[in-house]
Structures are given as structure tokens and as C-alpha cells.
Write a protein that binds this ligand. Structure first.
Ligand SMILES: [Mg+2]
Length: 294
């Protein structure tokens, strides 16, 4: 149901009349913050650095499209997992260009078995994302592998400044976050958004260090913390859709619906989504439309 006359991009059927959410739960990257110039570049730089450290003289640099394809396929919500997988793929490819479409069979291999040590990659990732100064401040030791300024500076806000007040004015009384970011990275995101931690009830922020999407326990925890009856989950990739689908299958689940945002949300009904928006900035208008009696 694409209607070019309205601000929201498309709305699926199956919404009850005058449906108003009491809770909105957000994914962070690709929804609230544009991380194409931070996490995406960090994955690329880390995969190259990890191959160099493993003795590859001419390392392969994965393209932004390679990373986007992995993310769209699901299972790579954590950018560290994504970097580990791509490094393993690169080291396992003796000749030619690694095939990113290959299944992630080596993902759970023991550390170092194939030259890709997840703890080293995690360290490389933190150094590249934060930059030498912030890395030393947060982790208490100097950066060893990267000297360039941190890629965090390349992040851009997708959420407009008045988003939460606009949603609160439309009846939303609780907010949650479910993200693949670490706790430190999540705190940095909240600071960047200028969203005080007090915006969220205890237990309503779930980081990648606690539970990873699409584990439905993450959404269950947030719904419980928020006392949700009707909720929206706003995400941008397949893992977000899987999270909501698996949560809904649980007995006694609250009425949580999926709003997809961004380039993958263009096609109506993508991954069973209930609505699709070009950007999270359109959320208040979507709520106006859902809440109208007609
Ligand atoms: Mg995302």
C-alpha cells in the first residue's frame, strides 16, 4: 500500500483501527545513527589490518557492498562478528577474491585456529572506532595498531532532535533500545543523540554484550521492563525482523509490530514488516496515521 500522498512510505494491512503504541523500541545503527562512515569503514580497515598481522602481504579489502550483503542476510549484527568472519574468509582464500556469499561455517571455529583471533579483532576494532586518544581513555592503555583519528567522528544522526518529545506527545510512554553495540559504544550513541539514560527504564536497553539479535529474549526483556501492551520495534536489517517474528511466536507475547526503515525497507512487506519508512524521522507521522479513527 504505497501512498505517495503521505509522508510515511508504506503501511501493511492488518493494523487495527486507531492502534496506538505505548512503547517504541529502537535498533541504533542504520536507524538512529548513520554508521556507514564509522562501523562499515572500521570493518574494512580491521579486516585488512588482521590479514597483515597474519602475514598477508597483499590483504583483501571487503567492499561496502560485501558487508551490506552479510548484514542483509542476517546473523552478523555484531560488527566484530562480521570482521572475524570476513578475516577468516580472506585467510581461507588462497587465490582470487573471497566469496562473501559463502556460508559462515567457520564463524564458531576456536580462536586462532585459522589465523583470525576474535579477541585481537575486537581490539583492532575498538582502536579504529575510538581513535588513539579515546581508546587510551576508555581502555587504559595506548593504541598499538592504528594511529589515525577514530572513525566514530564520521557518524551522523538520522534521528531528528525532537523525535522523542514528538512520540511522547502521541501517547508513547516508554522507550527501549536493542543494539549489537557494546555498552561503551551504546553510551556514546546516547550521548551523541542527546538522549539521557533516564529516558529508559531499567532493563530497557539491551546491548550486544548481553544478548544478540535475533534472540527473542532481548525483546522479551525490554517489553517486560517497559510494561508494554502495544509496541513498535524500529529496525533496518533482517535480524531485526527475525527478532520481532521470534518474539511474537512466544506464548503471552505483547502486540509488538515491526517498522523497517532505510533502503531495505522500500518494498512493502519486506521480511514480514508491518510498515516501511524512508527514515525514522517519519515515525510521528506514522503514529498520527495509525491513531486516526478512519
Ligand atoms: Mg541496524
Amino acid at each position: 500500500m504505497t501512498d505517495p500522498g503521505t509522508a510515511w512510505s508504506w503501511l501493511g494491512s492488518g493494523w487495527p483501527r486507531a492502534w496506538r503504541p505505548d512503547t517504541v523500541v529502537f535498533d541504533v545503527d542504520g536507524v538512529l545513527i548513520d554508521t556507514r562512515r564509522s562501523f562499515r569503514l572500521a570493518v574494512q580497515d580491521v579486516v585488512v589490518a588482521a590479514q597483515r598481522l597474519a602475514g598477508r602481504p597483499r590483504p583483501w579489502r571487503p567492499g561496502a557492498g560485501d558487508i551490506a550483503r552479510l548484514k542483509a542476510r542476517g546473523g552478523f549484527n555484531s560488527d566484530i562478528d562480521c570482521s572475524v568472519h570476513l578475516t577468516r574468509l580472506a585467510l581461507a582464500t588462497v587465490r582470487g577474491v573471497p566469496d562473501v556469499a559463502q556460508p559462515a561455517a567457520a564463524r564458531d571455529a576456536p580462536p586462532g585456529a585459522d589465523g583470525a583471533d576474535p579477541s585481537l579483532i575486537e581490539r583492532l576494532f575498538a582502536e579504529r572506532y575510538w581513535g588513539p586518544e579515546a581508546f587510551a581513555r576508555h581502555f587504559g592503555e595506548p593504541a598499538r595498531h592504528f594511529t589515525a583519528p577514530g572513525l566514530r567522528a564520521g557518524e551522523r544522526l538520522l534521528a531528528p532532535p525532537g523525535l522523542l518529545p514528538a512520540l511522547t506527545a502521541r501517547g508513547v510512554r516508554a522507550y527501549g533500545l536493542i543494539t549489537g553495540r557494546t555498552t561503551l559504544e551504546t553510551d556514546a550513541a546516547l550521548e551523541f543523540l542527546n538522549w539521557p539514560r533516564g529516558t529508559f527504564a531499567a532493563g530497557a536497553v539491551v546491548t550486544g554484550e548481553e544478548l544478540l539479535k535475533p534472540d527473542p529474549a532481548a525483546l522479551h526483556r525490554v517489553v517486560h521492563a517497559c510494561g508494554t501492551t502495544r509496541g513498535l520495534f524500529v529496525g533496518d536489517v533482517r535480524d531485526d525482523a527475525q527478532l520481532v517474528r521470534r518474539y511474537r511466536e512466544r506464548p503471552g507475547a505483547a502486540d509488538v509490530r515491526l517498522v523497517l526503515v532505510g533502503p531495505l525497507a522500500r518494498r512493502p512487506g519486506t521480511w514480514g514488516a508491518d510498515a516501511g519508512l524512508r527514515t525514522v524521522a517519519q515515525l510521528p507521522e506514522l503514529l498520527d496515521h495509525l491513531g486516526s479513527p478512519g
